[in-house]
Design a protein around this ligand. Structure first.
Ligand SMILES: [Cu+2]
Length: 259
């Protein structure tokens, strides 16, 4: 159902969608059932000539069961939802499957920096590949990420992966994902992080082995063209550059003066 609106492109996105579907069905059935009963009663017991309204205290057992039974049902369904939540949570957040690649993701007002550990799998070495607002990964390989924030809380969100993780200044938060579909997708900061929050977008490109090699070669020889910029269809400067614009009347300058 959700796939119809947002592609599902990671190994665990299906599990998250299942959770959403489960909750939607349970809550949806309860919603229409309650509303249906309510509307039926409105007509069934509407004002009629010569009929006096009855005063019901709801204290007798016969009356109380109409409150209790739905209440127990709601609690039982809550338990079902929570049980499925825990299973998915343990699978995605508490388990770290063996990694094929390691990256560091750094959020800052208002851009994303990515450092791929490269072939040696160790960060902060010569073969690291650093990019801004563009993340390149290989399809069907497990990535571990180390998420950091430079200034305030950011949230590394990749909707097609159904992935969201807060980044906290001063902490390194570990997580993982495994892309399953090639293509270029959105990355968006999902935590209000200042007036530039709305433009804190980036792109993730999921490559086949060959196209990954090609892109990395382009990055290394300087012919690389940002997928993020290409996707935006323009050569406008990166969001993080807008504050450095020269134009006196620019929107960024205006905002900078206000704040
Ligand atoms: Cu942010």
């Amino acid at each position: 159902m959700i796939e119809y609106f947002v592609t599902s492109a990671s190994s665990f996105s299906g599990d998250i969608d299942d959770l959403f579907n489960l909750i939607t069905v349970i809550i949806g059935v309860a919603f229409f059932l309650t509303l249906g009963t309510f509307i039926y009663f409105m007509f069934r017991f509407r004002r009629k000539k010569g009929v006096k309204a009855e005063y019901i205290t709801g204290e007798k057992h016969k009356e109380k069961k109409w409150t209790h039974y739905p209440h127990y049902t709601v609690i039982a369904l809550d338990v079902v939802i929570i049980a499925f939540n825990i299973i998915v949570w343990v699978h995605i957040k508490q388990t770290l499957p063996p990694k094929d690649n390691l990256i560091r993701v750094i959020g800052q007002q208002w851009s994303w920096a990515f450092i791929d550990a490269g072939p040696d799998g160790i960060l902060d070495t010569e073969d690291d590949i650093a990019t801004v607002n563009d993340l390149h990964v290989k399809v069907n390989e497990t990535y571990h990420f180390e998420l950091q924030a430079r200034d305030v809380i950011h949230n590394f969100s990749v909707p097609v992966f159904r992935l969201r993780q807060d980044g906290m200044p001063g902490r390194t938060i570990k997580g993982w994902f495994k892309p399953t579909k090639t293509g270029t997708y959105d990355i968006q900061c999902a935590e209000m992080c200042g007036y530039g929050h709305g433009i804190m977008g980036a792109a993730i490109t999921v490559h086949t082995k060959d196209s990954y090699k090609e892109t990395i070669a382009q990055i290394n020889n300087g012919t690389y063209e940002s997928h993020y910029q290409k996707r935006k269809g323009s050569k406008t400067p990166l969001p993080s550059d807008t504050a450095q614009t020269d134009k006196e009347s620019s929107f960024a300058r205006l905002l900078a003066r206000v704040f």
